[in-house]
Design a binder for this molecule. Structure first.
Ligand code: FE2
Length: 473
């Protein structure tokens, strides 16, 4: 009886949630939608059917990612009930329709008291033609009834152009999601080949027995189903041993990266080797898990350097910063140091990034934008981004969520490694060519549109520098 009452309370929480203002870190948050609160409708999420009731057998939460170095995609979606059949159909103007009926299906049960379950489905396309816009839809059949998703489209890498652009963002809520309208507009432009997401999505995916995660994935669907996503896990995804992250983002290319789950993987895309590393292992994992993560990273970096002529740029994405300038906050002092140097200074991330000549570390967690100079051991090595002798870091965690932005300290002295910083909403674009990385950070205006350019840096290197980077001491 007691358990029944708890389940009932949990399932009806939506209708009885108090609507008092939330206070986080002694400040009233700009919007509801944080952990343990429901998402209320605001100007950034008012469109779309993300919170409608889907038929239990109907496909929802569709998202797409790259595999095989951008030659194929893996597509994932959910149904709330088991289905008799599921399939992916994709086609282009020059390619006939291909039906993929064989994929992976599994049940994912949330760790909450209601044991909310759903069925995950993933499909892999065959090798795709380059420079092509593909359309696709997913379908299910249950009891002779067919349920079809909307048709989405994405593009494959340009064959004749060595450069490409990707979006970088993080810390995206379903409430106060200021940048989501811009992202959805950019998704239709075919300007970006993928989006790197630096963790903390939905706030929190596991809330209300995981139903907030369903809502978030449906809210993001018109972005995530059009632009292939490459994600990393944040602290807000830690519940139940990151089970929501691991299951909802099972489409990440970890299957092809010798890792056990979506927490870590790497992919080559034209001249870029991109690695996703789970910084949360330092805060949530055992010593053994930390070692496993670091050993995998080291092996991946060794392989990346063996093929550095082909992929001269190595970018690592993770959730938490190694450096940030809000020194009144432990994220920028003890937590950043733990990530850099590890427990008892044994081994952290920084020694591997420097030993294997990683070019850039991209992260989120702080809800603002910061760019360092090439940095090592808490010191700027140079202020030049040409043939840089160490990695530089960019925090781009200012997409918008219930917390609003993170304010900077009012301190006159700034660290030597700080290139620039910006506290408003925004997002990053990075153009990658064999010779340069061209990074722009744009403001997102409060009406959800793109504002001014807030930062720009061009990172360059020569052939001889690449040859030096290959040599590991
Ligand atoms: Fe975070």
């Amino acid at each position: 009886m007691y358990i029944f009452l708890l389940i009932l309370l949990s399932l009806t929480a939506r209708s009885i949630m108090p609507t008092a203002a939330l206070v986080v870190n002694n400040k009233t948050v700009v919007s509801y939608g944080g952990p343990k609160t429901h998402v209320t409708i605001d100007q950034y999420n008012r469109d779309g059917d993300w919170n409608r009731t889907y038929h239990p057998a109907e496909p929802q939460q569709i998202h797409i990612s790259w595999i095989s170095n951008g030659k194929a995609t893996r597509i994932q979606f959910s149904t709330m009930a088991s289905v008799d059949e599921s399939r992916l159909q994709y086609w282009s103007d020059s390619d006939n329709q291909d039906d993929i009926n064989e994929g992976l299906d599994w049940e994912f049960v949330d760790g909450g008291i209601a044991k909310h379950s759903q069925f995950m489905h993933t499909f892999i396309t065959k090798e795709l033609a380059p420079s092509t816009v593909y359309k696709y839809k997913v379908e299910t059949t249950k009891d002779d009834q067919v349920y079809t998703s909307k048709t989405y489209e994405f593009h494959t890498p340009e064959e004749d152009c060595p450069s490409f652009k990707f979006l970088a963002t993080g810390d995206i809520g379903a409430a106060n999601s200021v940048s989501m309208p811009v992202f959805k507009e950019l998704a239709d432009s075919h300007e970006f080949d993928f989006v790197a997401i630096m963790g903390d999505q939905g706030y929190n995916l596991d809330d209300f027995n995981g139903t907030k995660g369903d809502e978030y994935m449906n809210f993001a669907q018109d972005f995530y189903a059009k632009v292939p996503i490459l994600t990393t896990a944040g602290n807000h995804e830690a519940a139940y041993n990151f089970s929501h992250y691991k299951n909802r983002f099972d489409l990440m290319p970890y299957h092809e990266s010798d890792f056990d789950n979506a927490m870590q993987y790497s992919i080559d895309y034209k001249s870029l080797h991109l690695i996703s590393f789970a910084t949360e292992v330092f805060f949530e994992g055992s010593d053994e898990q930390v070692q496993t993560s670091l050993q995998w990273l080291e092996q991946d970096l060794i392989k990346a350097n063996q093929q550095r002529s082909k992929t001269p740029w190595i970018i690592v994405i993770g959730h938490r910063p190694l450096y940030c300038s809000i020194f009144s906050n432990s994220d920028c002092t003890e937590n950043a140091e733990l990530l850099r140097f590890g427990q008892e200074q044994e081994q952290g991330l920084e020694s591997l990034l420097t030993k294997y000549n990683v070019d850039m570390y991209l992260c989120g967690h702080k809800h603002n934008y910061e760019r360092t100079y090439p940095v090592r051991n808490n010191e700027a090595i140079t202020t030049s981004y040409h043939n840089a002798p160490s990695f530089f870091q960019v925090i781009t965690g200012n997409a918008g969520n219930y917390e609003g932005g993170d304010e900077f300290d009012d301190t006159p002295e700034l660290p030597s490694w700080l290139g620039t910083r910006y506290k408003g909403y925004g997002f990053t674009t990075i153009e990658v060519s064999p010779q340069y990385l061209n990074l722009h950070h744009y403001e997102t205006l409060v009406d959800g549109t793109r504002g001014d350019l807030k930062d720009h840096v061009r990172v360059t290197k020569t052939e001889s520098h690449i040859n030096k980077q290959k040599i590991i001491n």
